[in-house]
Each structure stands twice: as structure tokens, then as C-alpha cells.
Design a protein around this ligand. Structure first.
Ligand SMILES: [Zn+2]
Length: 269
């Protein structure tokens, strides 16, 4: 476009930003990302994926959500069912060397030496439950980078609900998540996965963001044009657990039209 004032961001600039905010090679990194928040990136989401992989390096492990709503035919194909969690995650899941866990609604894609260790047997636990990939990564010391999104997208907080065994767990869920689904592995093997504690509403998870900010556990950083949050996944888990210990309703939202939280509050009452 002639006379355009839009500045295109290149891979080298993204990598420099990631290094500057402290993403170092060799670590474990979980990323939630809004591609649009970064601005105009030359080469699109694939450029972001390459920059993130280069930032963690060959000895680091990178994880992203590649969730999918329950499919109309009840079949989740590990190799082909698209990710609903953003353009960057959709490119990442098909990138060379990336493996995806076998969970029908909350599959996680991972690359790096610890990828297999984190994603294994996801079909035997709840999507965001104990021993799910993000839980294992958090316990292994993962950093969590949220690019252009806030704690409403922080899956790790749902894991705190599972660890704390909140009384509303498995009793309120989004429509359609109470079905047994079939996971079809890349080699065609089929596994029936019954519904296990599907996660509820996350609109109230900003409470964890506020608590972490007060406790100086959050860093607000800039990558490309995106405002980002960078923190320890374990700190987020522990902060959410401390809030739940003080008040089992701490993570529920106050939206009057929320279909889930009022029911969860009724269970707590
Ligand atoms: Zn809610």
C-alpha cells in the first residue's frame, strides 16, 4: 500500500524482543498468543513460531494450547483437527518436530527435548487437570508468556481449580463438553475419552492477575506491538491456589449473564 504508515515487524526484531524480555535458551516456555496483537508481522504467524523456537533454542521446550471444541461427529483427529486457540498455535501444531497431546478438547502442542514427557497420557487425565501438559510444565519450572492476552486465557488457573478440587469442578461446564469423545491418533488408533471435569468459566481469572501483580510476580513486557505478561507458571498456580484457599469462589466471575458462575456459586453455597 502506497504511503502506508504501518510498520512491518521482522523475525529478527521479534527474536530481539523475546531475548530482551528475558526468554532464554534452554528453558521451558508456555505461550498463549493473539497474533493480531503483534502488529503486522512479515511472513505471518509462521514467523512468530520460528522466533519463539529460536528463542528457546534446541535445548528448550515450547508448549502452546491447540484446543478444539467437541467436534460434531465426536472425533478429534490429533493430526488434523485445527486449533481454536489462535493462528500462531495452528501454525505451531503443524510445524516440523512438534508433537500434540491426545486430549479431545484440550490438546497441547510441544516441541523440544521434554515435549514427549509433558504431553504423554493426556487422554487419561482431565484437559486442564493434574498431570496435564501445562501442569507438568509448570512443575518443571516453565515460564508463561501471554502475548496480547490477559489471564482470562491463562489455562494454568483452571489447573489450580483441579488441584484444589473446587466443589464446582465437573459440575458446571460449557455446552457440549459432557460427551464421550473419540481421539484418533496419527496412526489411526481410536481411544474413547469420557468427559472428565471439563473446565468452566475463566472470566474471573483476572483476580489471579491482580494478586500476582500485588505480589510482584508479574512482568508486563512488550513483544512486537503486543502488550504481554511474563511470569512463572508455578507462581500462577500457587497464587491461584492461595486465592482458592481463602475463598472457594475467588475465581468465579461477576458477569450477570455468565451461564456458569452463578451455578458454581450455588454449589458452593
Ligand atoms: Zn463466569
Amino acid at each position: 500500500m502506497k504511503n502506508s504508515t504501518a510498520i512491518t515487524i521482522r523475525a529478527t526484531e521479534l527474536l530481539a524482543d523475546l531475548r530482551a524480555v528475558g526468554i532464554s535458551a534452554g528453558g521451558v516456555l508456555i505461550v498463549h498468543a493473539s497474533f493480531k496483537s503483534l502488529g503486522s508481522v512479515a511472513g505471518g504467524p509462521a514467523t512468530v513460531v520460528r522466533a519463539l523456537l529460536e528463542a528457546v533454542g534446541p535445548k528448550g521446550t515450547l508448549l502452546m494450547p491447540t484446543f478444539a471444541d467437541p467436534q460434531p461427529d465426536g472425533h478429534f483427529h490429533v493430526a488434523t483437527t485445527p486449533s481454536r486457540t489462535g493462528a500462531i498455535t495452528e501454525v505451531f501444531r503443524t510445524h516440523s518436530g512438534v508433537v500434540r497431546s491426545h486430549h479431545p478438547t484440550h490438546a497441547v502442542a510441544a516441541a523440544g527435548p521434554r515435549a514427549a514427557e509433558f504431553i504423554v497420557e493426556h487422554e487419561h487425565t482431565s484437559g486442564l487437570g493434574i498431570n496435564s501438559p501445562f501442569h507438568r510444565a509448570a512443575l518443571a519450572g516453565a515460564s508463561l508468556l501471554m502475548i496480547g492476552c490477559d489471564f482470562r486465557a491463562a489455562s494454568i488457573v483452571h489447573i489450580a481449580e483441579a488441584v484444589a478440587k473446587v466443589p464446582y469442578l465437573g459440575r458446571v461446564w460449557h455446552e457440549g463438553y459432557d460427551r464421550t469423545l473419540t481421539v484418533v491418533s496419527p496412526d489411526g488408533r481410536r481411544t474413547l475419552v469420557p468427559p472428565r471435569d471439563p473446565p468452566g468459566c475463566s472470566a474471573g481469572f483476572t483476580a489471579v492477575q491482580m494478586a500476582m501483580s500485588e505480589r510482584n510476580l508479574l512482568r508486563q513486557v512488550r513483544v512486537g506491538r503486543a502488550d504481554c505478561w511474563l511470569f512463572s507458571a508455578r507462581d500462577a498456580l500457587d497464587t491461584a491456589l492461595s486465592l482458592l484457599q481463602a475463598d472457594p469462589a475467588a475465581l468465579l466471575c461477576r458477569r450477570p449473564d455468565c451461564p456458569l458462575c452463578p451455578r458454581a456459586r450455588a454449589i458452593l453455597a
